[in-house]
Design a protein around this ligand. Sequence first.
Ligand SMILES: NC(=O)c1ccc[n+]([C@@H]2O[C@H](COP(=O)([O-])OP(=O)(O)OC[C@H]3O[C@@H](n4cnc5c(N)ncnc54)[C@H](O)[C@@H]3O)[C@@H](O)[C@H]2O)c1
Length: 319
Amino acid sequence: MTDEHPTRPNKNAHPRLEDLAGGVAIVTGGASGIGYALIEAAIAQGMHCVIADIETEAIRSAEDNLRAPANEAGVELLGYTVDVSSEESVVELADAVSSAFPDTPISLLCCNAGVGGGGGVLTARDIDWDFVIGVNVKGVANCVRTFVPKMLSQNANGAVVTTSSQDGICCAQGVYGVTKHACVALTEALYNEVQGALSVHVLCPNAVATNIVTSERNRPERYGGVAQGTPPSGTKPNPIAERFKAFGMAPSRCAEMVFDAIQSGEFYILAEAPDDPGYVYLEAQTRMEAILNKGLPSRPKSELLTKVFNLRIPLPDNE
Ligand SMILES: NC(=O)c1ccc[n+]([C@@H]2O[C@H](COP(=O)([O-])OP(=O)(O)OC[C@H]3O[C@@H](n4cnc5c(N)ncnc54)[C@H](O)[C@@H]3O)[C@@H](O)[C@H]2O)c1
């Protein structure tokens, strides 16, 4: 097989974390959830951090909260408002990073910004497809195209991590699932193209306790904008959002798994939730077996996702 694909690398660079220290970590969607946890972990590893996000207020509050640990670690923070679905905006981000850190290599690029929703493939409007593909797929492509050539030209150790989902490796559901499959595919293609010069990884988590359910708060104007009547984030209880927070795994656990994978060279990071162990693996296995055995698409039952989506199951405090 190897001879038929002479350009396919058979290694994933896995730099020691000490080698990434002192460099810059750029995390899109860094002001909330998994991205915020990745920034916290990168600070702890001694990297200067760029909190790149579409929500300016959330960036400011992240900067306030992270200033003390950053000072303690002796690293700098740069908060920058970006819309990853716009190539122009990502290029502006790159200029800001070059100005702030002119002589410092980019050690880590986390293409993590993403939005949930979009609906089913039968009901989603053209503009819904554009929104979710724009952020979840083109957002990753824009950042990869803008930053990876710079990272390759540095001749230094570096890692690229994209955030897909368990939805990216199991039988797909809805527009979101389609985009998360595309994110896995994009990351595999990137792995092939960098040929081992950088470490490449895709994070595929089960449900995480973040703000993903209220993603519509960030719908840019050209994708229809925030729908009239959408309450500002956090002002009106959203039962599913509450349940993600109550049952989902800690974002810090995802960050821990990402840094472990960078060191081990693991490409597919199956971020299993502690109370649903082995589920993401089982999803991947179920899909692959269906493909290989001429079966039909199906998803195994998840204890965690049942708790998250079944409103009849009481929240932990009420148990
Ligand atoms: N929470 C989960 O259960 C879960 C599970 C699997 C995968 N994911 C993925 O994890 C990633 C992070 O999401 P999260 O769960 O932390 O949710 P989150 O909403 O807490 O964080 C996402 C961040 O991305 C930012 N963002 C949204 N659109 C953007 C844009 N156009 N440009 C720049 N930034 C933008 C948001 O402002 C927010 O800060 C997403 O890609 C999501 O699809 C989440």
